[in-house]
Design a protein around this ligand. Structure first.
Ligand code: AMP
Length: 170
């Protein structure tokens, strides 16, 4: 099965110039979803994980599936103002201006072995901010894995000190 066939490319979404990678065809296929999940887990190997951290919102799908398979907890990283309890925050640069992401202050135990996941690694700004949140709470980042990586944006350079893996490269 070629998982690339299940990624739909939409030009100029959500704004002109962006080539959007849509994972909904993949999620719509149980066979492709299972194959993708197995590839993500294979990249991790038999490393022990305590928490899988997923980035809002498309990172949640496979992060929760992986957490269940790994018998690990799932932790959401969310956009501003969505998490109800006390949070810690990190800002990251956007094309114009900046934004921030949040995580619950009690989401990790010190020393937790963490797998960070998102659907797309683009410029790497979001993933870098997510790594900072995880480490601020004392988590140890075992791997950052992604469904796909937009290689021309060199996002992995921003998180070069971690093990960075992706199922598909564009
Ligand atoms: P970045 O911080 O630039 O690495 O952007 C990563 C975040 O933006 C991820 O949460 C992705 O879901 C989303 N994203 C960025 N570029 C794309 C794209 N071309 N297609 C789909 N999602 C994207």
């Amino acid at each position: 099965m070629n998982l690339q066939d299940y990624i739909r490319t939409i030009n100029d979404f959500p704004k002109p110039g962006v080539v959007f990678k849509d994972i909904t065809p993949l999620l719509n296929s149980p066979e492709a979803t299972t194959a993708c999940l197995n590839q993500l887990l294979a990249m991790l190997g038999d490393q022990k994980i305590d928490k899988v951290v997923g980035i809002e919102s498309r990172g949640f799908f496979f992060a929760t599936l992986m957490a269940q398979k790994l018998n690990a907890g799932f932790v959401p990283i969310r956009k501003p103002g969505k998490l109800p309890h006390t949070t810690i925050k990190r800002s990251y640069a956007l094309e114009y201006g900046d934004d921030h992401i949040e995580m619950h202050i009690d989401a990790l135990e010190k020393g937790d072995r963490v797998l960070l996941h998102d659907d797309v690694l683009a410029t790497g700004g979001t993933a870098k901010a997510a790594c900072e949140l995880i480490e601020h709470l004392g988590g140890h980042i075992v791997q950052c894995n992604f469904l796909m990586e937009l290689e021309f944006l060199n996002g992995r350079n921003k998180i070069a000190n971690y093990d960075v893996q992706s199922v598909l490269k564009f």
